[in-house]
Write a new protein. Structure first.
Length: 155
């Protein structure tokens, strides 16, 4: 019996094996390998971390919902952290878009409306990248008094 093995040259990833036997008893085995793809983001996920604006380091829990077609909505929950315990808690809705590519996911969210507004606070948007493993989010809070944000997916 003669076997023919065909391999694709690429990074290891999911494989599919197909075996075909010809009338002469020759087995042809074809192994197809696809390039590794970024982890798919769940339609609903929770991210925890921090961002920095004029008030200092602030805790952030971002509940992110993704819809087919690239639409994203989120709940932005902010509040105190141990090194900045005087920050009040607040919560608002956001809307925006996402795009998943080979280098991860790009996310842009703008404020929509307040759920709980502490006195003197304004809503801010964000532009962030989610790494290919869908575990880390980093980016910028979109306001002149703000800088970076860093989040880790917890759910």
């Amino acid at each position: 019996m003669l076997a023919l093995l065909l391999l694709a040259c690429s990074e290891p990833a999911a494989t599919t094996t197909t075996t075909t036997t010809t009338s002469g008893g020759v087995a042809i085995i074809e192994v197809t390998s696809t390039n590794a793809r970024p982890a798919a983001l769940a339609a609903h996920s929770l991210w925890n971390g921090r961002y920095e604006c004029a008030q200092g380091i602030t805790g952030l829990a971002l509940t992110l919902d993704l819809e087919p077609g690239g639409r994203a909505t989120a709940v932005f929950d902010f509040g105190p952290v141990p090194e900045n315990p005087a920050i009040p808690s607040g919560r608002y809705l956001m809307a925006g878009t996402f795009f998943q590519g080979v280098d991860g996911t790009q996310l842009t969210l703008v404020p929509d409306r307040w759920i709980t507004q502490p006195p003197g606070y304004i809503m801010v948007g964000l532009a962030a990248s989610i790494d290919p493993s869908a575990r880390m989010m980093s980016g910028r809070v979109e306001h002149p008094s703000c800088t970076v944000l860093s989040l880790v997916r917890v759910q």
